[in-house]
Design a protein around this ligand. Sequence first.
Ligand SMILES: *Cc1c(COP(=O)(O)O)cnc(C)c1O
Length: 466
Amino acid sequence: MIENHLPTAELQALDAAHHMHPFTDGDALSKKGARIITRAKGVWLTDSEGNEILDGMAGLWCMNVGYGREELAEVAARQMRQLPFYNTFFQTTHIPAIALAKKLAELAPGNLNHVFFNGSGSDSNDTNIRMVRHYWNVKEQPERTVIISRWNGYHGSTMGAASLGGMKGMHKQGGLPIPDIVHIDQPDWWSEGGDMTPEEFGLARAQELEAKILEVGPEKVAAFIGEPIQGAGGVIVAPDTYWPEIQRIVKKYGILLIADEVICGFGRTGNWFGCQTLGIEPDIMTVAKGLTSGYIPMGASLVSDEVAAVINSGDEFAHGYTYSGHPVAAAVALENLRILEEEGVIDRVRSEIAPYLKAKWESLTDHPMVGEAKIVGMMGSIALTPNKATRAAFAAKAGTIGLITRERCFANNLVMRHVGDRMIISPPLTITKAEIDELMVRARKSLDEAYEKIKAEGLWQEKAAE
Ligand SMILES: *Cc1c(COP(=O)(O)O)cnc(C)c1O
């Protein structure tokens, strides 16, 4: 722990002077001063002014077992004393990596029995890009290099992962996407479904994959990647017709399916993996975040028997990270998985806590500003709209209304994020019913205040139809 004796304003000045924040307008933050989080327990954060903040986002979708678990601190300290680091290159290994790989193979669905360790979600997806292209190379189909992904998907922030992602604002910075990554539209019925029913729209958006495969040339396509439920894109839950059709298409053309489970994995949707909740059968799964409940960085690619056999049969796969399988991270991950399993955290989510949250969350649609409310397990979103019947967007620049609402949440000591004009939650899986009640009280208060402010400022205006 770092001892601190400085007042908030001085810390904020130092932060502004020296700390470059991710996904942040630096000048705007310098003027305002960052909120300084000093400690956390369960679902509660404390800031440097002593505010008690309910963390409706589980950190960044990662704090699955909640803050302050002594066991995780203990196991990290024990492992650091025994073996703080050794690499897994050059024909060596160590016990935490072996034990964690075995455990992940047991937990993962189907024949995903092989683990390539990475440091984060982003570099796991970079691993996946190189692995699927190498796979086709070994299979003597080197022209299969194209990976298809989705607009408004999020797969991380490295050159490769951000290219897979469909965030146009990210592509603009740094010359992305890298070659041979192409995108299809997302299955966001609320914003893009027009007059179609959700079922028709889900099918139509999935069929864009087939159209794209035919456009690129089926012999050139290596893989399709998608999040079972889009997280950073705004908790977009595809209509029920979507994934079965995607599955049919990838089978038909024999292309690999990568499920990015960085958020959905480790209980978030009420099963170990989002694929199990949605009936998806991937060849590779990306995991990170909830793997260690965010206590320490770690990611992994979980790989099928068939893909692993091909990779192993080829020339050396010239890829890896210094910290692949880091022993301290692996030990923390194992202990985190033990907690999830032995305390029945995921069972409790599925049978008790997620249904409780769902009923409350969906009741928000009685609020004048809330259109659809979507929730699967412990990840939910609401779409803010000035006209529920037509699903109209606000006239103000996209994100204006979401930002106003988020600022009211901030003021009410609730962490609820906005993505454009959607509000999203993803609380720790260990949240209690009483804490869900408190979350809902703060969410409603924030929505009420935002609604008043939006009307007072003349922003209750529909965007003209295009
Ligand atoms: C967060 C996230 C990533 C990137 O993980 P990092 O650990 O931030 O690199 C990748 N995919 C999804 C779905 C994510 O939510």
